[in-house]
Design a protein. Structure first.
Length: 143
């Protein structure tokens, strides 16, 4: 299983320096497992890029259409109560923001809390470090 943090999904939807590395990571395993709120995080990141002037509204709208297409293929961890409980435990151990703790909790739930042999793909170094400490293989796509 490869769990994808929203930070690594954005470059699949909007061309940026890390896009090639994220596409290469996806070619290794085309199955995408995500947290059920990843779509919201992705849309937030896309529109933040627009407001920062790094892409056009047309680019974001195209990326939004791609989100809809990709979301039809990905698998979502949607047990919010269980993810909240796991995330709260993770916050006691790791210096994570709430959203990152929920991402890691979702990855743990997807791996049935047996992370060995499973992968977390992210561009967030703090999340990757916590994932490694939890037992995941942590991949930061090149770019």
């Amino acid at each position: 299983m490869r769990f994808w943090d929203s930070s690594a999904l954005v470059p699949l939807l909007l061309e940026e320096p890390r896009s090639a590395g994220c596409r290469a990571a996806l070619r290794v395993d085309r199955t995408i497992v995500v947290w059920c709120l990843s779509r919201t995080e992705i849309l937030s990141a896309l529109w933040r890029r627009f407001r920062a002037g790094s892409c056009s509204a047309a680019d974001v709208e195209k990326a939004e259409r791609r989100v809809t297409q990709v979301a039809q293929r990905w698998h979502e961890v949607d047990d919010v109560d269980a993810a909240r409980d796991v995330a709260e435990g993770l916050l006691r151990v790791h210096a994570l923001r709430a959203a990152d703790a929920l991402q890691l909790a979702a990855a743990l739930l997807a791996a049935e809390e047996r992370p060995r042999g499973h992968v977390v793909v992210s561009l967030d170094d703090t999340l990757l470090a916590a994932a490694r400490r939890e037992g995941f293989e942590a991949i930061r796509p090149a770019g």
